[in-house]
Design a protein. Structure first.
Length: 160
């Protein structure tokens, strides 16, 4: 665990729809999904969105920049790979984040100790080609340290 990741906390959830507006407010519709629908005709799950919020206590660390990763893993703990136009691709989002508060002209800065935060929304409006009857976990890592996770299951028709 790095000093940065020990000063941070995260939340991850699956929803029908998520967006973050221009003011930074999060709008969540149908949040808290654990079971993703599946369409046998297309071989895809129902549409869904992954929402991640990371909050860091800035004064406790010198470095305010961190690497955030959100990765989909299977029930065996292995990264999920899917076929794409360029071959196999791991379902992984990676972004460098600076948790410092931005200076806004003519606006007072927050007091020392006020946490920095960032939000991520990963949208899958067409679903994903996941295996029916399988569990998956979206894992949030900060500088390689696991901060949060949320688990989903893809139910399908009962055989027979």
């Amino acid at each position: 665990m790095t000093e940065t990741s020990s000063a941070a906390g995260a939340t991850a959830l699956i929803a029908d729809f998520v967006n973050v507006d221009a003011a930074g407010k999060v709008n969540i519709v149908g949040g808290g999904i654990q079971f993703l629908g599946f369409d046998p005709a297309t071989g895809m799950t129902a549409p869904f969105y992954v929402f991640v919020n990371i909050t860091m206590s800035i004064p406790t660390v010198e470095a305010t920049q961190s690497a955030v990763e959100v990765i989909l893993i299977d029930a065996d703990g292995q990264p999920v790979t899917l076929n794409g136009p360029e071959g196999q691709n791991t379902v992984l989002f990676r972004q460098d984040v600076d948790f410092r508060h931005k200076d806004v002209p003519n606006q007072q800065r927050p007091p020392m100790g006020f946490p920095g935060t960032t939000n991520f929304v990963l949208g899958f409006p067409g679903g994903l080609p996941l295996t029916v009857g399988s569990s998956y976990e979206w894992v949030v890592l900060l500088d390689g340290t696991r901060l949060a996770a949320t688990t989903i299951f893809v139910p399908g028709p009962v055989a027979g």
